[in-house]
Write a protein that binds this ligand. Structure first.
Ligand code: CAA
Length: 382
């Protein structure tokens, strides 16, 4: 059994994130959601606190913290604002991590440093109109032409897409090789031929930006290949292992918010001359929500600890995301039920929690994909 007594530093980071979330994020979250307004100022402040490159060493521009601290901070941020949570998760897990792990000195100096310090924002471009769960099916092509690659294709559902400065883009360099013919590129968003072709309007996490990005004869310097040609699919899968810990943390934050709102409501609302908290039917709901949140938290910490120890954590990350995302949806639904008719109104935050929770069962691998990943590991097929 893993000992989850947090170090002083981990507890301090969690408290700092909680404080920031309560004071700076919570109050404006509903309005930003309504207006689909990107939390630019809030993200700037999160960068100042070191939250945009938490696991990157200090000499490379980051905060030099471990994954456990990251999970604790991301839960707190997402409890107040799940949109800020996913912006933070993508920059940390899907962008900075891979550059730190596989980038060369030039790439780390030029791209990782400003991304990890939060001076610039990153996005991860894997999904395409015809490559979602079936991520190998990449249609975007990168054709070598002397010192550059010519990039053409369309990427879908790109979190941070419109606001990002730097994109990590997966593209096919050799169609005949399947997964081994996919390569990963660092692409400056300001390059000619990078077009934000559509801004999506979403059910939830509405103040995070999700965009379609099209590449039209975009000339990417050959130095911007990550590691080597053909490494892109493995790179994406390894990156997503860590990303799934981030989304699990985001889901737990949403679930906690749903429980907190419910705990507050049942102490204020009376029916049949009793506070709601006195009804056993309500107590059972709260007990179940609390238990499931704790279980999701422990699964996620267990995946984070494995990652920090340098062990393989593919299965643990998939289990954490699978479970935590379901807990988030279930808790948000129960919170609405506890609030009754009020839960269905925009006057209370619980309807937003449900809308925000649903995406955690979809992005960075649907729950069905997580089950495939877990089953393969359990059966020893991988
Ligand atoms: N770590 C390292 N390597 C891995 C890996 C992992 N976790 N998973 C797969 N690979 C390797 C395999 O070992 C294999 O390499 P070899 O041939 O050398 O053994 C290669 O990658 C191909 O893997 P598979 O044969 O398993 O490929 P597959 O076609 O069966 O697909 C899949 C596997 C698990 C279904 C994968 O396609 C997948 O995860 N799909 C979901 C994609 C996803 O999560 N998309 C999210 C988009 S990003 C997003 O949402 C971000 C956002 O903005 C919030």
């Amino acid at each position: 059994m893993v000992d989850f007594e947090f170090t002083d530093e981990q507890a301090m980071i969690r408290n700092a994130a909680r404080d920031f979330a309560d004071k700076e994020l919570a109050a404006g979250a509903a309005e930003r959601d309504e207006k689909e307004q990107f939390p630019s100022e809030e993200i700037k402040k999160m960068a100042e606190l070191g939250f945009m490159g938490m696991m990157v060493p200090e000499e490379a521009g980051g905060a030099g913290m471990d994954t456990v601290s990251y999970v604790l901070a991301l839960e707190e941020i997402s409890r107040a604002d799940a949109s800020a949570g996913v912006i933070m998760s993508v920059n940390n897990s899907l962008v900075c991590w891979g550059l730190e792990k596989f980038g060369n000195d030039m790439q780390k100096e030029k791209y990782l440093k400003p991304l990890a310090s939060g001076k610039r924002l990153g996005a991860f471009c894997l999904s395409e109109p015809e490559a979602g769960s079936d991520a190998v099916n990449q249609r975007t092509t990168a054709v070598r032409d002397g010192d550059i690659y010519l990039l053409n294709g369309t990427k879908n559902f790109i979190t941070n897409g419109a606001n990002a400065d730097v994109l990590l883009v997966m593209a096919t360099t050799d169609k005949t090789k399947g997964a081994k013919g996919v390569s990963a590129f660092i692409v400056e968003k300001s390059l000619p031929g990078v077009i934000v072709s559509k801004k999506e309007h979403k059910l939830g996490i509405r103040s995070s930006d999700t965009a379609q990005i099209t590449f039209q004869d975009c000339r990417v310097p050959k130095e911007n290949v990550i590691k080597e040609e053909g490494f892109g699919f493995k790179f994406a899968m390894m990156t997503l292992d860590g990303g799934r810990i981030g989304i699990a943390s985001q889901a737990i934050g949403i679930a906690r918010a749903a429980l907190d709102a419910s705990l507050k409501y049942v102490k204020e609302r009376k029916a049949f001359d009793q506070y709601l908290r006195e009804f056993q039917a309500i107590q059972f709901k709260l007990a179940e929500m609390h238990t499931n949140i704790e279980a999701a938290h422990l699964l996620t910490l267990s995946a984070a600890l494995k990652k920090d120890r340098g062990e393989k954590f593919t299965k643990e990350a998939a289990m954490a995301k699978l479970f935590a995302s379901k807990v988030a949806v279930d808790c948000a639904l129960e919170a609405i039920q506890i609030h009754g008719g009020y839960g269905y109104l925009k006057d209370f935050p619980v309807e937003r929690y449900l809308r925000d929770a649903k995406i955690t069962e979809i992005y960075e691998g649907t729950s069905e994909i997580q089950r495939i990943v877990i089953a393969r590991e359990v059966l020893g097929l991988k």
